[in-house]
Design a protein around this ligand. Structure first.
Ligand SMILES: [Fe+2]
Length: 506
C-alpha cells in the first residue's frame, strides 16, 4: 500500500483519513470515540502520535478513547509547564522570521532555533507546509547539480527516454523478486522508481530512507515508472579545509544525566579541577578553553522510561537541575556555556525543542546561552550546529552499516542528506513547524550531537563531526542490552586549527 502523499496533489483530502491511516501504518485501529478526541485537538496531534502508541501494550489492536484521555492530560500538563516557563508560543519576532536576540554569553551567539517561534498547531495543513518547506529547500541544493523535471511531465512522450527528477521518498521496499521499488513525490505528482536487483546501484539504493529528498535519473516507461540509473544525494560541497576558524578551544559535552544513580560525580570533579587549573596540566589546554557546549540530557529527568524511578538518585526534576547547575557553576570564569536540551530535559518532547524554561535557567550563573534543539550557534565566529541526536536511533535502524559504536557515521549520513532527521514518524517525534528546522541549509564548521552515549569523531568535507558521549556509567538496562557507553570522555576542539582531541576523565 502506498503511503499518503504529503506534498503532492491532494484536493479534497480528508483529515480523518490521515489520522486513521497514520495509526494503521503502525498496526493500530482507533475506536470511533478516540478518533473524535483526536480530531478535536488542534495543537498536539503530531507529537502525540508516538506518545499514544509508545504507551500501549503490544496486544492492543484497537486504541480505546480512555487511553487517549490519560495521555492527553499528561501532555497538557507538560505543555502548560513549558509554555508558562519558556514561551514556546509565537513571539513578536516570529512573524518576521528573525532569530532571537544574541546571547549574554561572551563570544557565543545564537543564530537560529525554535524558541519563541513555534507555529505548529498540528493540523493537516501544517504537515503539508512542513514537508513542502523540506522539499523546496533541499530541492534547491540538488538543482545546482541536477537538471530535473516535474513528475507530472513524465507522460507517454517520455517513454524510453532518460529523465531526471527530484522527489521526496514516500516509500521504499524490496519486492518478493528482490528488486527495490521506491515511491517518490514532488508537488506535481507521484512516480515509481525501480532498481533491479542486478543493477550496479542496487547496493547504494539500500541507503535510501523514507521522507528524504533526493535526485533520480533513469529511463521513463511513459507510464509512471522509471528504471533508475543513478541516485543523487544533496551532500555537502566538496571541501577539505575547515570552513571557518576562530580562537580558543571548545569542549563538547552532552548527556550528563545528573540525578541518575549512574551520574559519574567523581569523574566530573576531576574534570572541573582540571578546567579550573587546580591540577597540573602538561597539555596546557585547560587555560585555552573559552566555550563549553552541552548538546542535551543535562539531567536524567523523570518519567522518561518505565521503571526510571529505580535508577534515580534525585527524584525531583527541579532538584536535578539544581544539582546540574551546581556542577557547572563550579567552573572557572571566562568560559561561555551553551546549553541545548535533549529528550530527558524538561521541555516538550516533540522536536524541535525550545530552550530550557526560565524557571530552570535561573539556577545557572555566569555566561550562559540557552539554545533550543536543534540550534545554530557561533563561537567566536565558528558555526556550530547542535542537535541532541535522537534521529541516530532511526539511522541505525534503517541504514545498513551504521551502529551505536560509531555515531559519527550516522552524523555523516545527516550531512549527506542535508537533514538532521529525515525519517518522519519513527523514533523522533517532529512537530510540523512552518519551517523545517532540520534542513542543513549551509555547511556548519562543527556538527555536534550526543544522545547515544558513545564518542565519535570524524571530518567530513571540511565539517568536524563530533558525538560527545556521556557522564553516565553503564546502567542496568544497558548492561542487559549489551550497550557499552563511553563516559567521562570530552572532545576538545581547537577553534584556531579545528583539530579535535579526546580528554579522558574516567
Ligand atoms: Fe538522549
Amino acid at each position: 500500500m502506498l503511503k499518503t502523499p504529503r506534498i503532492g496533489l491532494r484536493e479534497g483530502f480528508d483529515a480523518d483519513r490521515e489520522i486513521v491511516q497514520r495509526f494503521a501504518e503502525q498496526g493500530y485501529q482507533l475506536e470511533p470515540e478516540a478518533l473524535e478526541i483526536l480530531r478535536r485537538i488542534p495543537g498536539s496531534r503530531p507529537d502525540l502520535m508516538l506518545r499514544i502508541i509508545g504507551g500501549l501494550d503490544k496486544s492492543v489492536a484497537v486504541i480505546p478513547a480512555s487511553h487517549l484521555s490519560s495521555i492527553l492530560s499528561l501532555a497538557e500538563s507538560r505543555r502548560s509547564l513549558s509554555s508558562s516557563h519558556s514561551g514556546a508560543g509565537p513571539s513578536p519576532l516570529a512573524n518576521r522570521g528573525l532569530p532571537r536576540d544574541s546571547s549574554p554569553a561572551a563570544g557565543a551567539e545564537l543564530k537560529c532555533d525554535i524558541t519563541g517561534r513555534s507555529t505548529c498547531e498540528g493540523g493537516y495543513e501544517d504537515f503539508v507546509r512542513y514537508f513542502r518547506d523540506r522539499y523546496s529547500r533541499i530541492r534547491e541544493i540538488l538543482s545546482r547539480r541536477l537538471n530535473s523535471r516535474p513528475i507530472e511531465s513524465l507522460g507517454k512522450s517520455t517513454s524510453g527516454r532518460e529523465v531526471s527528477l527530484i522527489g521526496m521518498i514516500m516509500d521504499v521496499k524490496t519486492t518478493a523478486r528482490g528488486n527495490r521499488v521506491i515511491e517518490l513525490e514532488d508537488p506535481t505528482g507521484m512516480v515509481t522508481a525501480v532498481i533491479q536487483k542486478d543493477a550496479e546501484i542496487f547496493e547504494q539504493s539500500s541507503l535510501v530512507v523514507p521522507d528524504e529528498v533526493l535526485g533520480i535519473t533513469g529511463v521513463s516507461d511513459g507510464n509512471g515508472r522509471i528504471f533508475v540509473k543513478s541516485l543523487l544525494w544533496p551532500d555537502m560541497p566538496n571541501q577539505t579545509e575547515p570552513l571557518e576558524k576562530g580562537g580558543g578551544c571548545a569542549l563538547l559535552l552532552s548527556d550528563l544525566h545528573v540525578g541518575s544513580k549512574y551520574f559519574m560525580e567523581a569523574a566530573w570533579r576531576r574534570f572541573a579541577s582540571w578546567l579550573n587549573g587546580e591540577v597540573e596540566d602538561p597539555s596546557g589546554l585547560a587555560a585555552l578553553v573559552k566555550y563549553i557546549v552541552i548538546a542535551g540530557d543535562m539531567v536524567d529527568g523523570i518519567g522518561i522510561y518505565p521503571g526510571q524511578e529505580g535508577d534515580l538518585a534525585i527524584k525531583d526534576i527541579y532538584e536535578q537541575y539544581e544539582a546540574a547547575a551546581g556542577c557547572l557553576n563550579s567552573i572557572r570564569k571566562g568560559i561561555s556555556l551553551i546549553i541545548s536540551p535533549g529528550n530527558h530535559d524538561i521541555v516538550r518532547q516533540a522536536e524541535p525543542q525550545p530552550a530550557l524554561p526560565e524557571a530552570i535557567q535561573k539556577y545557572f550563573h555566569g555566561d550562559v546561552l540557552f539554545a533550543g534543539n536543534p540550534a545554530w550557534v557561533t563561537l567566536g565566529g565558528v558555526s556550530v550546529l547542535i542537535y541532541h541526536g535522537r534521529s541516530i536511533d532511526d539511522f541505525v535502524l534503517r541504514v545498513p552499516g551504521l551502529s551505536y559504536a560509531a555515531p559519527e557515521k550516522a552524523m555523516v549520513e545527516m550531512l549527506k542528506r542535508r537533514h538532521l532527521s529525515p525519517i518522519y514518524g519513527s523514533r523522533v517525534s517532529i512537530a510540523p513547524e512552518r519551517e523545517d528546522h532540520y534542513v542543513i541549509s549551509r555547511p556548519p564548521a562543527i556538527l555536534h550531537c550526543g544522545h547515544v552515549h558513545t564518542v565519535g569523531i570524524a571530518r567530513y568535507k571540511g565539517v568536524a563531526v563530533i558525538n560527545s558521549g556521556t557522564w553516565q556509567s553503564q546502567t542496568d538496562f544497558q548492561k542487559k542490552m549489551n550497550i557499552q557507553p563511553q563516559p567521562a570522555i570530552v572532545p576538545i576542539v581547537d577553534l584556531g586549527t579545528m583539530k579535535v582531541r579526546k580528554l579522558i576523565f574516567a
